[in-house]
Design a protein around this ligand. Structure first.
Ligand code: NAD
Length: 472
């Protein structure tokens, strides 16, 4: 007799582990299968370790570059990379261990091994010794995540050419660091190693910087990052790489179509991620993939096989941990008979450079393309007392509202604590807020968040701490 569960989740990343916990909370007998460590990409080789390194490197940068202005003399400042890495590993361990604790507390059965979906909601579990068990469930949730995209012109060797995982493990600061792809990962890892002393060159194929972001915010971010010595080269296509001893020579065509060569001590390839479905589905599982290799699901994360669901990076939509978790909760609650939905229109998005870049809702380019009439309010951090006092006055808040209803359509921020500020606007948008509503809300003073209030006021020409644009 095979063991039977109400719900089996395959994968324990932020999609899978959250789905498992929620299902167990709702009284369902739940198992979660994981072949690696609990927490998936986010906790083990993504969001959490990269934030640990971003914080360590920023502290180092601040002590070296920013303390002097406050009258703090520090003398010679050094950084021990091995201590920094050990701290990062400890953070990861703590967070990953926390999931095990949450599984226990909620009664989720944690199963180590590789899961494969068979026909009829059966799951084959192969453990590390190669022993195979067949499990059964009323519902199966696939949450197998994503892996880095490889390009033939720069094959990862794990030594000189690495992907985002390898770039979290350097044992010393590379003098010359090349990065293919100036996307989210390229900018975050580029910031880490640049602060620690690397000369960083980012080769980006697109003509526009951060093409998916509001372009006014992207341009401001580009200006600020350039001042931080990130050498971002747009319209550059990498055509080949050659390992020459301890160096890697990269060949690329520049924006004028000329072939160029540049030599680096390390090269990071971060040109996107792809859904991970290798070995996940038996031929007769009934689950289909779309033309890009994602598991095909409807708006409710239901696959083509009855009782089989899929969430997170392995399905359509932005590859963001919080999007995965929301889908996990939605599916668990739907299995339990509730009727929640994920609001895909209001998913915040953050890039953890310094300052941070954050967005929620539609960009000005998208609103324009949709043909909607709109108003924009912009407020610079330079006019925010708290930001000036903290030496964090770069950037601005941009709010976009519908011209007829004044409803907030989007908010785009480059500036201090942008990740947290954008969240307040996301809450407002969930409640269908107008720009006027936000403008009428009392914000504490002095806070960075006053820039949000003032940008909302600026939408209707009422900002107080700067001259408003004349309206026609
Ligand atoms: P990305 O899509 O953000 O950026 C990849 C970049 O590489 C793009 O700008 C693309 O134009 C460029 N590119 C593609 N092929 C190229 C080539 N041959 N030569 C030069 N440039 C090329 O992807 P990423 O940075 O690898 O991140 C992967 C995923 O992980 C993203 O979906 C991202 O949202 C997610 N992620 C999120 C966070 C966060 O939320 N803070 C952090 C890290 C990763």
């Amino acid at each position: 007799m095979s063991e039977k569960f109400d719900v089996i989740v395959i994968g324990s990343g932020p999609g899978g582990y959250v789905a498992a916990i929620r299902a167990a909370q709702l009284g369902l007998k739940t198992a979660c299968i994981e072949k690696g460590k609990n927490g998936g990409t986010c906790l083990n080789v993504g969001c959490i370790p990269s934030k640990a390194l971003l914080d360590s490197s920023y502290k180092y940068h601040e002590v070296k570059e920013a303390y002097g202005a406050h009258g703090i003399a520090t003398g010679d400042v050094t950084i021990d990379i091995s201590t920094m890495m050990k701290r990062k590993d400890k953070v990861v361990q703590q967070m990953s261990g926390g999931i095990g604790g949450l599984f226990k507390a909620n009664g989720v059965t944690s199963l180590a091994g590789t899961g494969k979906l068979l026909a009829g909601r059966k799951v084959e579990l192969t453990d590390a010794k190669g022993e195979v068990k067949i499990l059964e469930a009323d519902n199966v949730i696939l949450a197998s995540g994503s892996v880095p995209v490889n390009i033939p012109s720069a094959p990862v060797d794990g030594k000189l050419i690495v992907d985002s995982t390898g770039a979290l493990e350097f044992s010393e600061v590379p003098k010359r660091l090349g990065i293919i792809g100036a996307g989210v990962i390229g900018l975050e890892l580029g910031s880490v190693w640049s602060r620690l002393g690397s000369e960083v060159v980012l080769l980006e194929a697109m003509d526009n910087f951060l093409a998916m972001m509001d372009q006014q915010v992207a341009k401001e971010a580009q200006k600020i990052l350039k001042k931080q010595h990130l050498d971002i080269r747009l319209s550059c296509r990498v055509t080949g790489t050659e390992i020459k001893g301890e160096e890697v020579e990269v060949t690329f065509t520049d924006k004028d179509g000329n072939e160029q060569k540049q030599t680096f001590d390390k090269l990071i390839v971060c040109v996107g991620r792809r859904p991970y479905t290798q070995g996940l589905l038996a031929a007769d599982s009934g689950v289909n993939l779309d033309e890009r290799g994602f598991i095909y699901v409807n708006d409710l994360c239901s696959t083509d096989a009855p009782g089989v669901w899929a969430v997170g990076d392995v399905v359509r939509g932005p590859m963001l941990a919080h999007k995965s978790s929301e889908e996990g909760v939605m599916v668990a609650e739907r299995i339990a008979g509730q009727k929640p939905m994920v609001n895909y229109d209001i998913i915040p998005n953050v890039i953890y450079t310094h300052p941070e870049v954050a967005a929620v809702g539609r960009t000005e380019e998208q609103v324009k393309a949709d043909g909607d009439a709109y108003n924009v309010g912009i407020f610079p951090f330079m006019a925010v007392g708290r930001a000036v006092a903290a030496d964090e006055a770069d950037g601005f808040v941009k709010m976009i509202a519908d011209a007829k209803t004044d409803r907030v359509l989007g908010c785009h921020i480059v500036g201090p604590s942008a990740s947290d500020l954008v969240q307040s606007v996301a809450i407002a948008m969930e409640f269908g807020s107008t720009a006027e509503d936000i403008g009428m809300t009392v914000f504490g003073h002095p806070t960075f968040s006053e820039a949000v209030k003032e940008a909302a006021l600026a939408v209707n020409g009422h900002a107080v701490h700067m001259p408003n644009r004349k309206r026609k």
